[in-house]
Design a protein around this ligand. Structure first.
Ligand SMILES: [Zn+2]
Length: 487
């Protein structure tokens, strides 16, 4: 379309007017000029951004709507090679809250090189990410004024839907490589104000990831933002203040590490394995690679505790439950807490017709999550189109019939989450918990509160069934709680 307009205009006016012939192109051209000129932008080979700031804790805060937990970021360094479709980010993050992995700073190294997304562990081992994560990182390359405008200037790009909103000119861009984003240009300064990408989130479905640019400064004749703030579905996930940035300086090796580059592409999570262990008559641990579930048999139905991670995991667990007890319907799912890794399979459970039982502080979120659109990457529930039914637990709830009793209790006052339920089996003296105690973990910051909750309710427990790690005697929990905390 753009070219046709240009050809028509060429006969009558000078070439310069051609590029200003449509509003979509004009927003891009204005932005290019404000940033330092299209020639200068197109000549950029690398950008290196150093800084500090904060990261959010999306999906892992104490409540679904809480945003108080952040990580302080130091040593932030992001190198981008726009022409090569490569970017690499290194940072060190320290939790400003009581974190399950302890308070020690963690260094994160991750990148993308064309189709290959990769992470580099602390010991230097590189692994390839899922294709979806690589796609997110390819999209993120354009979350910068230079890369987004550079891509929009490319004759192979498609610009559509020019519009004005709140003093900004917006245009949808499809890059020559097929990545889509929306560029918003400030109508006053003509500088890019933000870039938005429509992406998929396992728990939230369709989300907009948006990066806002502020505090522009001159760097070698280019205007570059001194602050980049990213939100996911409206929640701040990164806020970086630039301390130093360079254009075309030494960017380091941005090629994917060999171990990641040579690994096979992964269209989805690896297949889920479910290891069955009978914990007591009518109670089974359905153990996973990292996240477990528990199956409970009642007189006329089955109840599942936990549908973690994603469709792949949850559907494998549900299939195993049906295989173990094919003659009884699986009707209920108990959710330990709202955290994304523990609730990522709730939609899959709903797609299988299960009623969801959750802490009252998690109920609204889970119900809303069950209704959200997942058009970018349709999941099992998007395909099944079943209604979500969530039952909220206020303090405690007893699941009981002639053959089985399971008592669900809210874990009160635990800094890990305000949405936690524990499941106590009074006859079997089992206690099922997630995250608040993981046997063998280096630190156990939430264990004192768990012990307090168990004692407050006078629960008799012989074995703890953690949804991470191994089943252990109750005495193991007592051992990791400092004596002072129990007084
Ligand atoms: Zn958690």
């Amino acid at each position: 379309m753009r070219r046709m307009v240009c050809l028509a205009l060429l006969t009558a006016v000078m070439v310069g007017a051609c590029s200003r012939s449509t509003p979509d192109q004009q927003a891009v051209n204005d932005a290019a000029e404000a940033l330092g000129g299209s020639d200068r932008i197109q000549a950029v080979k690398t950008i290196v951004i150093e800084g500090e700031g904060t990261l959010g804790n999306l999906g892992q805060d104490v409540r679904p709507d809480a945003t108080g937990q952040t990580f302080t970021v130091t040593g932030y360094r992001r190198a981008i090679d726009p022409a090569g479709g490569r970017a690499r980010t290194e940072l060190t993050r320290s939790p400003n809250f009581q974190y399950f992995a302890g308070q020690m700073p963690q260094t994160i190294v991750q990148g993308v090189d064309g189709e290959v997304g990769y992470n580099v562990a602390a010991n230097g081992t590189a692994t390839r990410t899922l294709n979806a994560a690589a796609g997110d990182r390819r999209a993120e390359i354009y979350h910068h004024p230079i890369t987004s405008v550079r891509a929009a200037l490319d004759p192979g790009a498609t610009l559509t839907n020019p519009r004005t909103e709140n003093g900004q000119s917006l245009v949808d861009v499809r890059t020559a490589g097929g990545v889509t984003f929306t560029l918003a240009v400030d109508s006053g300064t003509m500088l890019p104000a933000r870039v938005m990408s429509a992406l998929d989130n396992t728990n939230l479905g369709d989300v907009v990831v948006e990066t806002t640019f502020a505090d522009y400064q001159d760097v070698d004749g280019l205007q570059l933002p001194g602050r980049l703030t990213t939100t996911t579905d409206g929640v701040t996930t990164a806020d970086i203040r630039v301390t130093r940035q360079t254009v075309d300086a030494e960017a380091g090796d941005l090629a994917a590490p060999a171990a990641a580059a040579s690994a096979a592409p992964m269209a989805g999570p690896p297949p889920a394995t479910v290891a069955v262990e009978e914990l007591a008559p009518l109670v089974w641990l359905l153990a996973g690679q990292s996240h477990h579930s528990v199956l409970v048999e009642f007189e006329d139905h089955l109840t599942l505790i936990e549908a973690p991670q994603n469709d792949t995991r949850a559907l494998a667990v549900i299939a195993k439950a049906k295989e173990l007890r094919p003659d009884k319907p699986l009707t209920q799912l108990v959710v330990s807490h709202h955290h994304f890794d523990h609730s990522g399979g709730v939609r899959a459970a709903v797609s299988e017709g299960l009623t969801v039982i959750a802490h009252e502080n998690a109920a609204d979120y889970l119900e809303a999550a069950g209704k959200r659109p997942h058009t970018a990457m349709p999941d099992a529930l998007a395909k099944a189109q079943r209604p979500v039914n969530v039952e909220a637990v206020d303090g405690e709830r007893m699941l009981m019939d002639k053959t089985m009793t399971v008592n669900l209790y809210a874990i009160e006052g635990n800094p890990h989450a305000d949405t936690l339920l524990m499941a106590h089996f009074p006859r079997e003296r089992l206690l099922v918990v997630a995250d608040v105690y993981t046997p063998g973990a280096a630190v156990a910051p939430y264990a004192p509160n768990l012990l307090e909750n168990v004692r407050k309710r006078n629960l008799r427990v012989d074995r703890i069934v953690p949804l991470h790690g191994k089943v252990v005697p109750f005495s193991e929990l007592v051992k990791v709680v400092p004596v002072a905390a129990t007084n």
